[in-house]
Structure formats: C-alpha cells, structure tokens
Design a protein around this ligand. Structure first.
Ligand code: ADP
Ligand code: 5GP
Length: 222
C-alpha cells in the first residue's frame, strides 16, 4: 500500500532456517519502493561482509541488555545462543513515508510482534517439501550429524507455532515467492485462488521432519 502511513502494516517473515526468508526479505526491499527493511540488533559476531547498521546493529551483550531494560525493543529473543531484537526506532524509521516494514525474525519474535503490533501481517515461508528443506540444509555438504539434527529440531519448534500466522507461502520458485509475499503484504488478503501454502503444509512438514529425525543416521560421517 502506498496511500499513507495509516495503511502500511509491518510484514513479518518467519520460516525454518534455510527456507529462504532472508533472500525474499532483501529482494523485496531492493525491488519495491513501498517496502523497507527493519534492521535488527544482535549480540552475534558480524559475518564477513556484514555492515553495522545495514545488516544488523552489532551490540555487546551489556549494550543489548541495557536497551532491553530501557524498553527499546518491540520484541527480542535468544536465537542459537545469541540475543536478537527489533529496535522500536528501526520500525519507526523504516516505516516513514507509509512504507511496509519487513521484519526477518524468528518465530518467538513474530509472536511478540503479534501482541505489540496487532495490525502486523505474519507470513510463514515454507519449503516445497521436506526433501528440499533437507537439501538446502545440507547444501554445502559439510554439515555434521549433530548440527543437522539441531537445525531440524529448531525447524520443528518453529513449525509448532505456525497456527498463529496469517498466511503460508511456499518458496519453490524464488521470483514467484517474492511476488506472492509482495502482493499479500500490500493487500493483506489472500488472492482469489488462495495463497500457495496452507497450515496443512506446515503440519505435513512437521511430520516429515519427525520421520527424518527417527532415522539412525542422516548424513555420512564427516
Ligand atoms: P533463511 O533466511 O530462511 O535461513 P536464506 O535466505 O539464507 O534462508 O536461503 C538459504 C539458501 O537457499 C540460500 O543459499 C538461498 O540462495 C537459497 N534459496 C532461497 N530461495 C530459494 C529457492 N526458491 N530455490 C532454491 N534455493 C533457494
Ligand atoms: P542470522 O544470525 O543467521 O542472521 O539469524 C538467525 C535467526 O535470528 C534468523 O531466524 C533470523 O530471522 C532471526 N532474527 C534476526 N533478527 C531478529 C530479531 O530482531 N528478532 C528475533 N526474534 N529474531 C531475529
């Protein structure tokens, strides 16, 4: 929506790790003038090429906790042993001019945003199948059995919260997924044929991951 600030609700993208939510969020903001990215704060170390204030606000744990105490975050949560949060200021600044603010955050954060910003639209991105999720997680071929199991267990926890989300988008063809997220975000409504995913798909994925985790071994020893 481009009419004005009152019609631009924030759009939260969540997904099990490796499904493509960061790729979708970044592409949307790059391509479309009516979307802006909410830059999160984190206590994790910057990765190569990441820029302070662009990819994240990189803070020490003491700095982060001081901001928690001062009520500066719209939501925050521990993720993979580090702290992540959405500064209220990022939401306000990114939303200037009536733009939709895109939040690439985990499910715990999404549920907090649901409470703090009731008009926010919560989109859950799904892989086309459990096999493709497995392929994207093992894409580099270097994942150890334990790491992979941890990621699959995290994906299970994320999927357990799926019922709280407004719409489900299947990221099979990347361009199609970006367009679908853009249209859902702008209208806040499902298209006539319905969105590409359903809560049922999240439940099927959950069962598929459970079945995988029951196997004795997921990858060759490395
Ligand atoms: P997430 O943020 O959900 O963890 P990323 O956006 O980092 O995931 O994407 C994980 C990997 O999957 C990246 O290498 C990305 O290029 C790839 N990817 C994203 N979308 C697709 C797609 N539709 N088809 C194939 N690969 C994809
Ligand atoms: P990464 O460290 O790989 O960039 O992100 C790890 C996870 O933290 C991803 O699931 C990402 O969506 C999530 N994340 C990033 N920023 C925030 C945030 O501000 N709040 C919450 N709750 N999660 C976040």
């Amino acid at each position: 929506m481009t009419e004005g600030p009152s019609t631009a609700w924030p759009v939260v993208l969540s997904a099990p790790s490796g499904v493509g939510k960061t790729t979708i969020a970044r592409a949307l903001v790059e391509k479309e003038d009516d979307f802006a990215f909410s830059v999160s704060a984190t206590t994790r170390e910057p990765r190569r090429g990441e820029i302070h204030g662009v990819d994240y606000w990189f803070l020490s744990e003491a700095e982060f906790r001081a901001k928690v105490d001062q009520g500066e975050f719209a939501e925050w949560a521990p993720v993979h042993g580090d702290l992540y949060g959405t500064p209220r200021k990022s939401l306000l600044e990114a939303g200037r001019g009536g733009r939709h603010v895109v939040l690439d955050i985990d499910v715990q954060g999404a549920l907090q945003i649901r409470e703090a910003v009731p008009e926010a639209l919560l989109l859950f991105i799904l892989p086309p199948s459990v096999e493709s999720l497995f392929r994207r997680l093992t894409g580099r071929g270097t994942e150890k059995e334990g790491t992979l199991r941890r990621r699959l267990n995290t994906a299970l926890h994320e999927l357990e919260a799926a019922a709280a989300f407004d719409f489900f988008v299947i990221n099979e063809d990347l361009d199609a997924a970006i367009s679908e997220v853009r249209d859902l975000a702008r209208t806040g409504k499902a298209p006539p044929g319905g969105p590409s995913g359903k809560l049922e798909d999240a439940k099927d994925l959950l069962e598929g991951i459970n079945a995988l985790l029951e196997r004795d071994q997921l990858v060759e020893d490395n």
